[in-house]
Design a protein around this ligand. Structure first.
Ligand code: GDP
Ligand code: MG
Length: 177
């Protein structure tokens, strides 16, 4: 359904992390605006989008932070992680190195967190199955070992995008209530 933007029960900050080019910004624009862009824009600074969803009859307002390109040059700052209750770590199923770097992102995330938070591993660009470089089973096994939820998505085809964000937010809500 749709809700007045300021009418919500819970407000959760969620961050998107992962290598440059894996599709973080497009996952966010697909989830918050139903939009996809073929251009590779990397603007400077940090950006975020809001969207309200319903979980167990409550309205959850998600404030989702996107890196806006600085992940390419430097690490993300503490301010980026401040107050985070959930994270989506994204890799590109066609680029193995982006999957290998998930470990690094996970370490950086855990260094900034005082408590355990809900983390979902996302294998994006699932529409490019013909150039797959990361087997689903391998990613699934890894996510299990590291206590992450796991989903393959396509921001291009809007496949599992809604599902991934909704699952993450539901798990956050249920962990707190
Ligand atoms: P970011 O650097 O992680 O924010 O990645 P972007 O969202 O900017 O996407 C990088 C490039 O990958 C852009 O050219 C997008 O159009 C493309 N892209 C993003 N998601 C997908 C997807 O699910 N499938 C395909 N085929 N391309 C995608
Ligand atoms: Mg981006």
């Amino acid at each position: 359904g749709s809700f007045a933007d300021e009418d919500y029960d819970e407000l959760y900050k969620v961050v998107l992390i992962g290598d440059s080019g894996v599709g973080k910004s497009n996952l966010l624009s697909q989830f918050s605006k139903n939009e996809f862009s073929h251009d590779f824009k990397s603007t400077i600074g940090v950006d975020f989008s809001n969207r309200n969803i319903e979980v167990d009859g409550k309205i959850i307002k998600a404030k989702i932070w996107d890196t806006a390109g600085q992940e390419r040059y430097r690490g993300l700052t503490s301010a980026y992680y401040q107050g985070t209750v959930g994270a989506l770590i994204v890799y590109d199923i066609t680029r193995k190195v982006t999957f290998e770097n998930v470990e690094r992102w996970l370490r950086e995330l855990r260094e900034h967190m005082e408590q355990t938070i809900v983390v979902m591993l996302i294998g994006n660009k699932a529409d490019l199955g013909h150039s797959r470089a990361v087997p689903t089973d391998e990613a699934k096994a890894f996510s299990k070992r590291e206590n992450m939820f796991f989903m393959e998505t396509s921001a291009l085809e809007a496949l599992n995008v809604e599902k991934a964000f909704t699952e993450l937010l539901s798990q956050i809500y249920r962990g707190m209530n």
